[in-house]
Ligand binder design. Sequence first.
Ligand SMILES: Cc1cc2nc3c(=O)[nH]c(=O)nc-3n(C[C@H](O)[C@H](O)[C@H](O)COP(=O)(O)O)c2cc1C
Length: 96
Amino acid sequence: MKILIVYDSLFGNTEKIAHAIKEGIGKKGIVVRKVKEVKPEHMKNIDLLIVGSPVHGGRPSQDTKKFLECISKASWKVHMRRHLIQGFRLKVRVHL
Ligand SMILES: Cc1cc2nc3c(=O)[nH]c(=O)nc-3n(C[C@H](O)[C@H](O)[C@H](O)COP(=O)(O)O)c2cc1C
């Protein structure tokens, strides 16, 4: 199972949690990346996406918001392509 954990962090708290989640799951194939470093190719063929952000003014950080907007548009295209060609759905779960 390929899991991508994406986080944003100014002071290191959310970063620590992201790595703790990876250790807690304790399986191979889990990658932790800072949100600004995520590239489209990192999103390919993932089974589970976990997103963590510090709270800024009651909302996720700006970079996290941008990322979520980006994947909400992109994941639909990925889903449609897979659904039509391979007949299965890509499950993307977003946890804040
Ligand atoms: C600019 C700014 C705005 C914040 N706004 C909130 C907030 O609205 N609610 C809250 O509970 N914490 C808020 N915090 C606190 C951070 O969410 C909290 O310290 C968090 O653990 C920081 O995570 P990080 O170490 O990964 O950056 C804010 C922090 C900063 C720097």
